[in-house]
Design a binder for this molecule. Structure first.
Ligand code: COA
Length: 198
């Protein structure tokens, strides 16, 4: 399999949504969980590609997108910008769910209506990232390559530290981040924050 890593182009957006869905259940396929297949991508992938494309990189296998790494150099500024430029249009067409709706779609709609926030423990780690590779691409050293590329892009921009969030059920990703030198910043109900000083 021939892999290549390249900057995001707008035509990649549908692939980003697809990859986000196929890896969105603690690393596994979230397709069966969602009636609206785009909700995960609306929150976890697309806004980064659209608002900060210079920090979005796409991995291809035989020319087809099979993974990505994306994020922001400045979480506080990104969150404020998403509040102005990303969430309003989504909120206008995706109503809040009923209070007794316990579906995975409802959980995501609540996130979209709440907007992004920063956990106080990660305030010293201004950048954050998301990385997702399709199953055929996993375990071949590509994840490490994407992280190294992303960290180099952050260093070039003078960013002092980066954080990320991971589901506590995603033991594979946790092992991956620890192998690559991220340290656990905090463990919370259902998820952990990891970080690295640059
Ligand atoms: C997690 C993920 C990004 C890792 O990327 P990858 O390409 O599979 O990992 P790599 O092959 O680059 O592995 C890098 C190192 O991490 C280790 N590692 C990776 N996955 C691991 C796992 N499941 N268990 C233990 N170690 C693991 C590897 O052994 C390797 O160590 P080495 O370089 O010393 O041999 C990728 O598997 C993925 O996208 N998974 C699904 C989506 C996901 O969970 N995203 C993260 C959400 S927070």
């Amino acid at each position: 399999m021939v892999f290549a890593l390249r900057p995001f182009v707008p035509a990649d957006l549908p692939a980003l949504y697809r990859i986000c869905l196929l890896t969105g259940a603690a690393g596994g396929d979230a397709t069966p969980l969602h009636r609206d297949p785009d909700l995960l991508g609306h929150y976890y992938a697309a806004p980064y590609a659209v608002l900060e494309p210079e920090l979005c990189f796409v991995l291809t296998a035989e020319g087809e997108p099979c993974g990505y790494i994306l994020g922001t150099r400045d979480t506080a500024a990104f969150n404020a910008r998403a509040e102005r430029e990303w969430f309003p249009a989504l909120r206008a067409r995706l109503p809040r769910p009923a209070e007794n709706d316990t579906s995975a779609d409802a959980d995501l709609l609540r996130l979209i209506h709440a907007g992004y926030s920063i956990h106080p423990d990660v305030r010293d780690y201004p950048a954050h990232l998301h990385i997702d590779l399709l199953p055929v691409t996993q375990g071949k050293g590509q994840g490490r390559k994407l992280i190294e590329h992303f960290l180099a892009a952050l260093r070039e921009r003078g960013v002092p530290a980066v954080h990320l969030g991971v589901s506590e059920r995603n033991t594979g990703a946790i092992a991956f981040y620890e192998k690559l030198g991220f340290h656990c910043i905090g463990a919370y109900p259902g998820w952990r924050a990891y970080g690295m000083r640059l």
